[in-house]
Ligand binder design. Structure first.
Ligand code: SF4
Length: 291
């Protein structure tokens, strides 16, 4: 393809994104507007919002909601795959390598927050993929998880320390459709993860990459902005109760689109508030939660 054609295609794509943002009157997040990198980030951010909105713009349906969410997840995963695996930290003499490995599941004991379309996508994928026996086993694990959690204090529930029911034999059975907060969670020190797991309230520093955190924030906020623009609920939900609801009710997605409070039970602001109080004096790099 010639350079002229490339430039023409780029202009057409940019104008499609700008039109979509204008049509839905998308409000940019305050954090982005205040960022010193606003000019560089504005268009990539709009591109992510448009990625989510485009299928819903063609047809407002549950399938479109899942498609837009899937595309946003794929975009994040592709960028994370290309992110540097080794980075330098100010307090360390040598660059260090990402500690995350296949089969390492320490962070799968942390609390996971997600948005409703993410759990709708996840439940749909699990319904298609799991055998009736596997689905029954998952529902048993969900029940056990919720029972274990119900015996814990508010702050323990906010940290969580119970293995996610989607983790089987140290692997995520929903890996391709895991929430944004799961795919972007990472660590540059296994020991820091272990220390943190042993005593979540101790304030251990889990070293993380600001670039990966920026990608997480960008995709998470793009999803939130897209939902706001569509007039849909955009509150954070707790993964496990939301998944229980979505698996039990095949119409949960349709109800959500109609504005029914189908996931109300999974919206637990008291956990977020407990964490906010806990982390008031701790920098972002120390926050050991997936959400
Ligand atoms: S959804 Fe998957 S990656 Fe996320 S906590 Fe559960 S098992 Fe881990």
């Amino acid at each position: 393809m010639g350079k002229n054609q490339q430039a023409k295609d780029l202009r057409r794509e940019m104008s499609r994104i700008i039109d979509l943002m204008a049509k839905y009157q998308v409000q940019l997040p305050v954090e982005l507007i205040k960022s010193p990198h606003f000019e560089q980030l504005r268009m990539p951010f709009a591109e992510k919002v448009a990625l989510f909105l485009a299928p819903m713009d063609r047809e407002r349906s549950e399938a479109s909601l899942r498609e837009g969410t899937r595309m946003l997840h794929e975009s994040l995963n592709q960028l994370l795959d290309r992110a540097p695996e080794k980075i330098s930290f100010e307090d360390r003499p040598e660059p260090i390598k990402l500690a995350c490995q296949l089969g390492c599941n320490h962070c799968c004991t942390l609390r996971v927050a997600l948005k409703a379309p993410e759990v709708i996508l996840l439940a749909n994928a699990l319904r298609k993929r799991l055998s009736p026996e596997e689905m029954a086993a998952l529902k048993d694990r969900i029940e056990k998880f919720e029972l274990d959690l119900s015996t814990k204090s508010l702050i323990e529930r906010a940290y969580r320390s119970v293995l996610c029911p989607l983790n089987v034999d140290s692997l995520c059975i929903a890996y391709l459709h895991r929430p944004i907060n799961c795919s972007s969670y990472h660590s540059f020190s296994l020991q820091a993860c272990l220390d943190d797991m042993a005593d979540p309230a101790a304030g251990n520093v889990v070293p993380t990459d600001p670039y990966r955190r920026m990608l997480q924030a960008m995709h998470g906020q793009a999803l939130e902005c897209g939902l706001m623009a569509l007039g849909l609920d955009h509150d954070d939900l707790e993964l496990v109760p939301a998944l229980r609801i979505a698996l039990a009710d095949p119409d949960a997605g349709a109800k959500y689109l109609r504005g029914e409070p189908v996931f109300a039970e999974a919206n637990q602001p008291e956990l977020r508030e407990a964490l906010d109080r806990e982390f008031e004096s701790r920098p972002m790099t120390q926050i050991p939660v997936k959400g």
